[in-house]
Design a protein around this ligand. Structure first.
Ligand code: SF4
Length: 346
């Protein structure tokens, strides 16, 4: 039978698993092959990155296995492309955990929300629906990183599960998606991005590969501005892995020059994944005050350095700064506690 979780629309049987290998058909229904198996750790929101959702908060980051994309530069290939049927001892730290146990772990580690960020949430929607119920009972918001290749139906499901989403807009043409990502059509991604931005808080991340997709940055900025000029846009200096390890790293100066034009169209444009980036602070679009300061740690993610808004408004001119949730700094001790818990459960 057809799986309608994403635009691959794979034909599944009991022993036919589709592109992501996470679902099969049993008794006339598409069901998860590995329900309630999760990896988890804790992280800062800014490291994911979310710059405009729960600033400073510690989050329980979770994942499963499998992906519906095959990005040639994937830095998570060891998880996303790992055999989902493998055991917990293959380096991906997958644990059998009920939704109740995951939520209890988030609360124990002083996390303010739960973010699915390791692989693609579309491959684990039924489990995420169950987790959402439990998280709601505990008052924990949920977020995710998604490639937005779902069907319209599953995009609505994602909008129901997640309060905030970071959508990966990896390129702007079907030829780019065909050559580097392994899917034929950028159309569904653009459609879903628009749907999600209408329903929920959305930030967008574009990994830039010089000479490959940097020529599309201007068109992407136009597209995003046409949806909502307040969408935060993270342009990520991609240091390719997996099949593109030998590709040159993008020039910081050249990409920065290209992004100056985007700043005139979008209120919040960021350029990161290199140490010392000056593009990681939030500037009030009205008066120019730096209202949120961050530190770019390169591949280690980014860190909140100062939050100066009052009630999510610029303290100088009072303009509203796009923000989902409130400033919620959490002590770093949670990181060590989480690592210890994760090891103990492994
Ligand atoms: S979610 Fe997985 S099985 Fe379903 S259509 Fe997409 S790739 Fe195929």
């Amino acid at each position: 039978m057809e799986c309608t979780y994403c635009e691959w629309r794979c034909k599944l049987g009991e022993e036919s698993f589709g592109v992501c290998r996470m679902y099969h058909a049993v008794g006339g229904k598409v069901v998860e092959r590995f329900p309630d198996r999760w990896s988890y750790t804790s992280s800062r929101m800014e490291a994911l990155p979310f710059y405009h959702a729960w600033p400073g908060a510690r989050t329980l980051t979770i994942g499963t296995r499998g992906c519906n994309f095959n990005c040639r530069y994937c830095s998570n290939a060891y998880v996303a492309l790992a055999d989902p049927a493998a055991g917990a001892d293959d380096g991906t730290h997958i644990h059998a955990m009920t939704p109740e146990e995951l939520v209890a772990m988030a609360l124990k580690l002083d996390c303010r929300n739960i973010v699915f960020n390791v692989n693609e949430p579309t491959v684990s929607i039924p489990g995420l629906l169950r987790l959402r119920e439990e998280a709601t009972r505990a008052g924990l918001p949920m977020g995710c990183l998604t490639n937005a290749y779902g069907t319209e139906e599953s995009t609505e499901a994602l909008a129901g599960i997640f309060d905030f989403l970071n959508v990966g807009l990896k390129g702007f043409t079907s030829s780019f998606y065909g050559e580097y990502i392994g899917v034929r059509d950028v159309g569904p991604i653009l459609r879903n991005l628009r749907t999600l931005a209408r329903r929920r808080h959305v930030e967008v991340t574009t990994p830039v590969i010089q000479g490959v997709n940097d020529g599309d940055l201007d068109d992407m900025a136009d597209y995003l501005a046409g949806i909502d000029p307040e969408i935060p846009w993270h342009v990520f200096r991609l240091l390719p892995e997996y099949e593109m390890k030998d590709h040159a790293y993008p020039s910081i100066d050249a990409i920065s020059r290209k992004l100056e034009a985007a700043r005139k169209k979008l209120r919040y444009v960021y350029f990161h994944n290199f140490v010392g980036s000056e593009w990681v602070n939030t500037v009030c679009p009205e008066c120019g005050m730096e209202v949120v300061e961050r530190l770019s740690l390169g591949c280690g993610g980014d860190k909140l350095e100062g939050f100066h808004c009052t009630g999510n408004r610029c303290p100088r001119c009072g303009r509203a700064i796009r923000m989902c949730g409130e400033y919620a700094p959490t002590a770093d001790r949670a990181t060590a506690a989480c690592a210890a818990e994760s090891e103990a459960t492994a």
